[in-house]
Design a protein around this ligand. Structure first.
Ligand code: AVJ
Length: 329
């Protein structure tokens, strides 16, 4: 009967799939349709992002890695509290921790008394990070947490000593301008005057360089974006025909917005079993899947001021392609 046919067919629903379901339902109902890049990072997506970070066109990771290597002494010194005070280092969106390890090694070599608490939405990425840290830095105290960013913030209140929050990789670029300010304010809220924020910002540069970073020749970024549809097929019993979709990425030098889309190559209907609902797409209709904003230094100063934060130091590379900014309440 039609009543039964419309029932969700997925087995046990965990709170996680429920959040994904609700997100997909609301995102594909609005105009224009949107899905959040937060959901890129399942096991396959995290692996694809690792490949992206190796691409010749994807400059952010290697640029930030370079500037952190160059400035590691100064960065560690700036994060290190006064004698005897313990440091709690919380990292939001830790991923594979490759850049953070530079800092962790430096802090260990300076005999800092600190704990490293990496937070990531991907359990597989976080587990690999935990294992690699056990191997490479066995003396490090690690407290991993699988969570979305905001769920991790309350854990800060319980920490004695200095708290420093790392938010690297220009993950902040994923927020829309209004959400970005709200998020920085939320980050600042549990911090005391002696606490610190260390935030990575991808800077504005030749638009062609930016564009190429999100539309690489090998199509890894396309696969990364399209994996979101595979994920919905796997986890929500959707029937996206992935070959009927294409990756499209466009940089706007007026506002620094790098936007990624999944474009429907023909008119089509997609059924999502877990929702018992179908969604219609017109030919060449786009789902907006990601923002990766690029910043100017004056814009970063203004953002910090609006969030009630002080810019203590700006670390950048020779080309000024990327900035890691030290902030205090
Ligand atoms: C992990 C959010 C920093 O926006 O540059 C890479 C993700 N998207 N290529 C970014 C991403 C497409 C990346 N961040």
């Amino acid at each position: 009967s039609p009543t039964f046919a419309a029932l969700p067919t997925s087995p046990a629903t965990t709170p996680d799939t429920q959040a994904l379901q609700e997100h997909v339902r609301s995102g594909l109902t609005r105009t224009p349709k949107t899905l959040s890049s937060m959901y890129f990072y399942d096991e396959v997506g995290s692996r694809l992002f690792q490949q992206i970070m190796q691409l010749p066109e994807y400059y952010p990771t290697r640029t930030e890695f370079g500037l952190m290597t160059e400035h590691r002494h100064a960065i560690a010194a700036a994060l290190m509290p006064a004698n005897g005070v313990p440091l709690h280092l919380l990292e939001l969106g830790a991923g594979d921790g490759l850049k953070t390890k530079i800092l962790l090694r430096e802090l260990l070599s300076q005999q800092a008394n600190f704990t490293y608490a990496p937070v990531d939405i991907s359990p597989s990425a976080l587990d690999e990070l935990r294992q690699s840290l056990e191997q490479e830095l066995p003396e490090l105290r690690v407290q991993p947490l699988t969570a979305e960013y905001t769920a991790a913030l309350p854990t800060l209140r319980e920490q004695p000593g200095r708290k420093a929050v790392l938010f690297l990789g220009s993950n902040i670029g994923n927020f829309l301008p209004a959400d970005r300010l709200q998020f920085l304010r939320q980050l600042a809220q549990p911090l005391a005057p002696d606490d610190r924020l260390f935030v990575g910002f991808d800077l504005r540069k030749d638009p062609r360089v930016i564009q190429a970073a999100y539309d690489d020749a090998q199509g890894v970024t396309a696969a990364f974006n399209l994996n979101l549809l595979h994920r919905l097929n796997r986890e929500l019993g959707a029937d996206f025909q992935v070959d009927q979709w294409q990756h499209f990425a466009q940089y706007n030098p007026l506002d620094g917005a790098m936007r990624s889309f999944l474009v429907s190559r023909r008119a089509q209907q997609v059924h999502v079993a877990a929702l018992g609902q179908s969604f219609a797409f017109e030919a060449w209709e786009a789902i907006h899947t990601e923002n990766s904003y690029k910043f100017t230094l004056p814009q970063i100063e203004a953002l910090a001021a609006e969030a009630g934060l002080q810019v203590l130091e700006v670390f950048t590379d020779e080309q000024a392609w990327f900035a890691d900014v030290l902030l205090a309440p």
